[in-house]
Design a binder for this molecule. Structure first.
Ligand code: FAD
Length: 364
């Protein structure tokens, strides 16, 4: 590939990258987005759960046009879910009404990348971003000249590093696989020694479920696949595919997401709800803000710092609350014996736990 020239270079074609690429292209900027993988969204490393638009709005009431950002053809909604079922180490169940649905994450990411392409963004696959030299992006397929670069390259963001931005501290590893069978329409989260410092999950799909385990390395005394095997045996799962894993930012957003003519977004920016590891909605919302500001920068010199201002206004408070609640959980519920986890869940009760999963304060 000869040196390619573009206005906006987006690195990564996950939800954050595709959303940024789509909204920047819709505004009329020349956008290129690059992806190191051969196929967008493959392999799937995700629980594949999405909250309904109303649930997203209850967490992030300042986010605009959620209907537009999250518009999805019905065939991509795999299974509707009505509640989140929390299971404490003693097996005690708390059902929290919570409307959401599951997706096939590969098809979801491909759909979002398709929307970006339809808006005019050019996608280059199998094109790993390697660094920035003299203001030009170096990729495995050649150099790319850009006016603005967006790092949507996931939790270990190389773009963040190249821009001199902070990177996620203490990300949690998590693994997932598909289990065959019919499962109830609840997202089930198991706490305690089965997933120290985090949780293991069953997220129902059609004729199968996404099952997985995340943990905090500081509370664990085995490997994640060992924990997964125990979880799978205990529930008699018939596992259908290879275990896939990735890191999840656990401490909330990084301190700064703009540097010079670069920005980072999504997991790269720590846009993840610390208490449950959910990041797709945030990647989409922040991706849109990022893409729109990048295009305005190209077309009318809007400062890139506006991106930081806007996403903070929309997301920072709930994300900080979630990160604070996660710290409390680490101190009081997760460090020590399982009975402490059970006791904390009992003390919190249904109402506070419902606040917890919606990024709200648990104490007045
Ligand atoms: C096991 C697990 C389960 C999860 N379950 C859920 C869930 O159920 N619901 C939810 O909302 N969130 C979930 N999350 C979190 C969610 O997956 C992320 O928050 C979300 O994917 C973030 O989107 P993103 O676009 O920022 O990053 P990613 O989806 O990670 O996309 C980054 C993209 O950049 C590409 N890339 C990386 N480096 C380079 C490079 N150097 N050059 C070119 N391309 C590059 C990657 O290949 C990837 O395609 C889960 C995470 C894990 C690990």
């Amino acid at each position: 590939m000869e040196t390619l020239k573009t206005d906006i270079l987006v690195v990564g074609s996950g939800p954050a990258g595709s959303s940024a690429a789509r909204y920047a292209a819709e505004k009329g900027a020349k956008v290129t987005f690059i992806e190191r993988r051969k196929e967008v969204g493959v392999p799937v490393r995700c629980g594949e759960f999405l909250p309904s638009i109303d649930e997203i709005r209850s967490m992030f009431p300042k986010a605009e046009d959620l209907e537009g950002t999250f518009e999805l053809p019905s065939e991509l909604r795999v299974r509707e879910t009505t509640a989140i079922r929390l299971v404490d180490p003693k097996g005690r169940i708390t059902d929290l009404p919570f409307i959401g649905f599951t997706i096939d994450r590969d098809r979801y990411d491909q759909y979002q990348a398709g929307l970006a392409a339809k808006a005019g963004a050019e996608l280059i696959k199998e094109c790993r971003f390697e660094g920035i030299e003299n203001g030009v992006a170096v990729t495995e397929k050649g150099n790319i000249e850009y006016k603005v670069i967006i790092g949507a390259d996931g939790p270990g963001s190389r773009v963040a590093r190249e821009l001199g931005l902070p990177r996620n501290r203490n990300p949690y590893p998590a693994v997932t696989a598909q289990a065959k069978g019919d499962f109830e329409p609840y997202v089930v989260m198991f706490f305690g020694g089965i997933a120290p410092g985090a949780y293991s999950w069953i997220i129902p799909k059609k004729g199968q479920a996404n099952v997985g385990v995340g943990f905090s390395p500081k509370f664990a005394d085995g490997t994640l696949s060992e924990y997964f095997d125990i979880f799978a045996k205990k529930n008699d799962f018939e596992i259908m595919n290879r275990l896939e894993g990735k890191f999840v930012p656990s401490e909330g957003p990084i301190a700064s997401t703009v540097s010079g003519n670069g920005m980072v977004v999504g997991d790269a920016a720590g846009h993840v709800i610390s208490v449950n590891g959910g990041g797709i909605p945030l990647a989409m919302i922040a991706g849109r803000i990022c893409g729109e500001v990048a295009a305005d920068n190209i077309l009318s010199s809007r400062p890139l710092e506006d991106y930081e201002k806007v996403w903070r206004d929309v997301m920072l408070k709930p994300l900080k609350t979630a990160a604070f609640n996660k710290k409390l959980a680490d101190i009081f519920a997760f460090s020590g014996a399982e009975w402490r986890t059970s006791m904390c869940m009992k003390l919190l009760g249904k109402r506070r736990m419902a606040n917890l999963i919606r990024c709200k304060r648990i104490f007045p």
